[in-house]
Design a protein around this ligand. Structure first.
Ligand SMILES: [Fe+2]
Length: 316
C-alpha cells in the first residue's frame, strides 16, 4: 500500500498519511517517502508516535544524521547526541529566563536555512513536537524553488554564478544580539552559491538570515540584493505554515526552503521541539563539525564570555 500525500499548496508542502513511521519500513515505502520529500519540499506527519530514538532512526532514511553541537558549560537536555534542542526550556525542564539564550533564539524567527553558515550544509531537518503552546508557535516555510522559477529573467541573469558569505553570528546580530560588525568579521563564515541546483533538478535560491554579503560586491549593495531576494522568496504565494500538536513532525528540505519560527509567548508557554538534521549527500566533514565551528568562534550566545554577559544584560 502506498503512502497518502495531500498537498498543502499547489507547488509546495504535503501532509503524509497511511504509514506508521514508528515501525520499520520496507524499501519501497522508504523510496516513496524520499520521493515525496524531494517533490514537495516540506512534509508534515501527524501523531507519529515517535520517541527520541525513533525520531533519530526515521531520520536515517534521508542520509547521514549529524551530531548536534555541544557547547562548553551547557550540557544538553537531549537523550540522543543527534537531537538538537529547539525548545524554550532549560536543563531543569523549566522555561528558560537566560537572556543570552532567549536573544539567541530570537534569530530563529528570521527567515533562514539551517546551518547555511557551515561549509557542509544540512539537506533535511526533522522537527518533532513534544509540547506545543496553546496559541501560536507554528513554523513558517517558504518555497525557494518556485520563488526562483518565478523571478524575472533579468534577476536570474544578475544572480547566476554569484556567491554569498554566511555567518551564524551575523543572524544573531540581526536578531538583536550585541555583536559588533567587527566582531562578526572575526568569526567563521561559509561561502555558497546564491543559486544552486537542487537534487530534484530544479534551481533554488539559497539565501536567508545568515547570509551576510555577496562575494565581490559592495557590502551595502550586496545586502540590498540579499534582502530583496529574501523578501521575494517569502511572499505569501510561496509560504505555508505548520501548526503542531504533540507527536506531530515537520520535515523540510533545507536546500529547497526557507523557514522561521512563529511567534508565541515564550515567557509563559512551554514549547518542546526537538530536531535532527541530515547532512547533504556526498559531503565530507568532521563528525562533530558544529562543535568545532563554535569552539573556533569563541564567544557565542550558548557560552558567552563574562564581558558579553554584561552587554546582553544591559541590552535586554
Ligand atoms: Fe531553523
Amino acid at each position: 500500500m502506498g503512502i497518502a500525500v495531500t498537498p498543502l499548496s499547489q507547488r509546495f508542502g504535503a501532509e503524509i498519511a497511511d504509514v506508521d513511521i514508528a515501525r520499520p519500513l520496507d524499501e519501497a515505502t522508504k523510496a516513496e517517502i524520499r520521493a515525496a520529500q524531494d517533490t514537495w519540499g516540506v512534509t508534515v506527519w501527524r501523531d507519529t508516535g515517535l520517541d527520541d530514538a525513533g525520531h533519530v532512526a526515521f531520520s536515517r532514511l534521508f542520509g547521514h544524521v549529524e551530531l548536534a553541537p555541544r557547547h562548553p558549560g551547557k550540557p544538553s537536555r537531549m537523550s540522543e547526541p543527534e537531537l538538537f534542542d529547539a525548545s524554550n526550556l532549560g536543563l531543569d525542564g523549566e522555561i528558560t529566563d537566560n537572556p543570552s539564550i532567549r536573544l539567541g533564539a530570537a534569530g530563529n524567527r528570521l527567515w533562514h536555512s539551517d546551518s547555511s553558515f557551515m561549509d557542509v550544509r544540512s539537506a533535511q531537518a526533522l522537527l518533532l513536537c513534544h509540547e506545543a503552546p496553546p496559541h501560536g508557535g507554528p513554523t513558517w516555510f517558504a518555497d525557494s524553488r518556485s520563488a526562483y522559477d518565478d523571478l524575472p529573467q533579468a534577476m536570474k541573469e544578475r544572480i547566476e554564478g554569484l556567491e554569498a558569505r554566511h555567518s551564524y553570528f551575523w543572524s544573531r546580530r540581526r536578531a538583536g544580539y550585541p555583536y559588533t560588525e567587527a566582531e562578526v568579521d572575526a568569526k567563521p563564515h561559509a561561502t555558497h552559491r546564491l543559486v544552486h541546483t537542487h537534487a530534484s533538478g530544479r534551481k533554488a535560491l539559497f539565501v536567508g538570515a545568515h547570509t551576510r554579503d555577496i562575494v565581490g560586491m559592495d557590502r551595502d549593495e550586496g545586502r540590498a540584493l540579499i534582502d530583496e531576494l529574501i523578501e521575494w522568496c517569502t511572499r505569501p504565494e510561496y509560504v505555508i505554515s505548520v501548526h503542531y500538536r504533540p507527536g506531530d513532525m515537520a520535515v523540510w528540505d533545507n536546500l529547497a526552503t526557507l523557514h522561521r519560527g512563529g511567534e508565541y509567548d515564550d515567557t509563559q508557554y512551554r514549547r518542546d521541539m526537538r530536531r535532527t538534521t541530515v547532512r547533504a549527500p556526498g559531503a565530507d566533514a568532521a563528525p562533530d563539525h558544529y562543535t568545532a565551528m563554535f569552539a573556533a568562534a569563541g564567544d557565542t550566545p550558548f557560552s558567552p564570555s563574562d564581558a558579553m554577559k554584561e552587554r546582553v544584560l544591559v541590552k535586554a
